[in-house]
Design a protein around this ligand. Sequence first.
Ligand SMILES: *Cc1c(COP(=O)(O)O)cnc(C)c1O
Length: 384
Amino acid sequence: MNNLFRHTYLKINLDNLIHNINEIKNYISEGVTIGTVLKADAYGHGANEIAKTLYENGITYFLVSTLLEGIELKKSNKNYIVFIMGHTPDEYLEEIVKYDLISTIFTVNQAQILNVLAKKHKKIIKVHIKIDTGFNRLGMKANSENTIKNIEKINQLPNIDMEGIFSHLALKNKEFDTIQFNKLKTLIKSLNAKGIHFKYNHICDSISTILYPAFQMDMIRVGAIIYGLESEEKGILDIKQVMSFHSKFSYIRKIKKGESISYGMRWTAKRDSIIGTLPFGYADGYPRNMYQKGYITINRKQAPIVGVICMDQCMVDLTDVENLNKNDEVTIFSDGSNNSISIDALASLAETNKNDIVSRFTKRVPRIYIKNNEVYNIKNELIL
Ligand SMILES: *Cc1c(COP(=O)(O)O)cnc(C)c1O
């Protein structure tokens, strides 16, 4: 591992990713396309590496949020099918055409601009129509006559292929989710009656794929679950967490009772203590508010974080850890096994959600990719 250059790293277990994909494949209905969500650098796991592994395992449909994320994937392999779920500003729509990306569309005006650009490049560009069924974020209103008229107009544009129509659930509760789903279904029915059909009708994210099998339609858009970050599937699917976070001590010292640690000297030793310094901090992506509640695991033993977490370093109390070896790998978080804190538990302590924890990781953290139980690749984005 001589191209790691650092003793703080994320381990990305690609075996678990493939396992999760296979679990989903076995669960969903025949003919449902698995759209895998690779936005936010594949939820911090590294979009290019995740895309490559998925592609090798038969997954070709990738979803991102922004144009830049789409271009990143297309540059690494132009055979990827890449769909941008967010809004692309008018002045950048030509990039959609240049890179053969699939665009979300929810105004006639944008569809017309895209049509002109597609014609200029002698291409047919695929779009998915975004429908707002109650989330009130993006999309044409589901239950409006104008929506049907507007979609008919877009359908007339010769260089636009309306491949899909979709909406997003607010996941309030089953009653409201069903209302949203039915709004989309009703609209699709009216469009079908006018001879307008879509290859992909879709509404499900990870949670709704599991909770409401009847909502799966032609495609699911799964992010969290492929990375093993959902708990909704418990008992239904066997999903494994893909990411874990590790480090090694940069320094271990003894301090006397009454000595204090870090900015503001806010933690004071109540006994003579052994304090370890670890080279990770909030600038790597670890939540700064874990001060006074977070812990790491070493030799299956939990050691509390003591003192304020710095930008690049933090300190832990090792006084109760037996057989301490400075070179042992420390687990900052993992899947909960061996007394580690899981991403789920860490997110609760940090008062946020799991996606927020994993998508914060910055490029200064090297990623070690594990495949067939071995180190398969090391990605160091900073010096790539
Ligand atoms: C992020 C996103 C998803 C994936 O959500 P998960 O809960 O991670 O599966 C699906 N659809 C849209 C529109 C999204 O923005």
